[in-house]
Design a protein around this ligand. Structure first.
Ligand SMILES: *Cc1c(COP(=O)(O)O)cnc(C)c1O
Length: 175
């Protein structure tokens, strides 16, 4: 229940319900920033010995998380041109637990076909979770969950909130 604000509150619960409705997801979880959402998702699902694929060009805060922080905790990271499905397929290992996409990417605006990248990852028996940073398009213009992604992630600091009025992040997906 609503016993403590960090766990949940009626205000945050309403926001999560509205964001899930906008995205077409079953559920949403809000965080204090977009990088906090990404960190919670990656570290909540991956641990020592697991492998993560990230784009070779993506948002600096998440690129720094992948480069500087995750390897210290034993998470292996590969940097891949995720706009090329054949490179995604070639990068998958038996211990790959997550494919991270960002499209359009910040700041290069490189586009990735979400469904094609997800399909390339899922050709393998131990299919990784597919998470898409959808910050740039927002839920008005692109719904990663309807393009075979498992999770949509936002910096709500950006277009979702009107840009720089606040800091927030959100993860959306199945309940
Ligand atoms: C800004 C941004 C983030 C990080 O969000 P913060 O709310 O600043 O932590 C993540 N992804 C993209 C694409 C961004 O533009």
């Amino acid at each position: 229940g609503f016993v403590y604000g960090r766990v949940s509150s009626p205000t945050v619960a309403q926001l999560q319900d509205k964001l899930a409705a906008l995205e077409g997801g079953e559920a949403a979880l809000c965080f204090g920033s977009g990088v906090a959402a990404a960190h919670a998702l990656i570290c909540g699902r991956l641990g020592r010995g697991d492998h993560l694929i990230v784009p070779d060009a993506n948002y600096v805060g998440i690129a720094e998380l992948a480069r500087d922080t995750l390897p210290r905790f034993g998470i292996e990271v590969s940097y891949v041109d995720v706009s090329r499905p054949e490179e995604v397929a070639a990068a998958i290992r038996p211990n790959t637990r997550m494919l991270w996409l960002e499209t359009p990417a910040n700041p290069t605006l490189r586009m990735t076909d979400i469904a094609a990248a997800a399909a390339a990852a899922r050709r393998h028996s131990n299919a990784p979770l597919v998470a898409v940073d959808n910050t740039f398009m927002g839920p008005t213009f692109q719904h990663p969950l309807s393009h075979q992604a498992d999770l949509a992630v936002y910096s709500a600091t950006k277009f979702l909130s009107g840009l720089s009025d606040m800091l927030a992040g959100v993860i959306l997906g199945r309940d």
